[in-house]
Design a protein around this ligand. Sequence first.
Ligand code: ACO
Length: 331
Amino acid sequence: MRRTEFISTGMYVPERVVTNDEFTQWMDTSDEWIRTRTGIVERRWVADGETGADMAYVATTRALERAGLQASDLDAIVYCTLSPDYFFPGTGVFLQRKLGLPGVPCLDVRNQCSGFLYGLSVADAWIKSGQYRRVLLVGSEVHSTGMDLTTRGRDLAVLFGDGAGVAILGPTEDGGRGVLSTHIFADGTYAELLFCDAPASARRPRLSHEDLDTARIYPVMNGKEVFKHASTRMPEAVQLALKTSGLTTKDIKMFIPHQANLRIAEMVRRQLDLSEDQIYNNIQKYGNTTAGSIPIALDEVVQAGRLARGDLLVLAAFGSGFTWGSAAIRW
Ligand code: ACO
């Protein structure tokens, strides 16, 4: 039976480290508030002119090198982001151009924090069906250019960071290994609870002076509602992933939740009755990098040698939309 395996991973975060203390020069906040409510200690911000595609390119070159592959070995790109470099075209084509792969299909996935799992679901179907052999799956975000760095925007500005993670996926016939399942969900009832209103083709003009004056260009969030849904939907999705393959939480070697808030991750861990060794968190260093968060964490886990062949890896995410999902992978 053909399944999808992770051939290699790679990540890149910008050089600039932004500590919690730095925010106090722009807004009424404190290191103590941010640490205790979110677990975040610092995050990375891009340099002027550095783009999501630039970060994804570096992460991809690292993954290619580890796999002993050339860019020309890639057959398709799935690029997941909520912060595309431009309104259009999608960012996948900019990455493709940097990699020198004209003709290779590029799909942009716009599913926010669940983007990497949505992208994995599509890439897995392509590979299993034989449509594409080697797929580059990317999660890359630039948040720092779109945050309200005043006290008005403090609830969101402190949460997010920039960064990119990638995985190179391909087919395996090695019985039992590879992606066992992906489950993805959405509920648009809650679309405006984590939302960015402008620029928008839903209004004329797409971007007005009023949008700038009223801060409509910045995201808004009902943090408590997002928190509540995230901490119930992620464990549900994990249980479904396990049940689908006849597994239990005891079988999990490594669980990587989307990195939105350390308190959410801790609640999910307790609900699943996982030990601290079974979960990986790095939000302390990077904040919430949205579609980038799972592949960045995965690359760190892999480079640290914490996954051996045959181990069970489980991924889960929840985010704007609302969207959520899970994946179970026999490494
Ligand atoms: N510094 C200091 N005070 C702040 C800050 C800040 N950065 N931000 C908010 N506050 C204030 C609020 O204004 C509020 O003040 P008030 O009581 O005077 O009104 C007070 O702190 C408490 O705010 P709460 O919203 O009650 O704080 P809470 O404990 O809920 O934590 C947080 C807020 C961290 C945002 C939390 O709700 C959360 O993490 N929610 C989930 C976020 C998330 O998971 N997003 C995921 C998806 S992201 C995506 O898909 C793009």
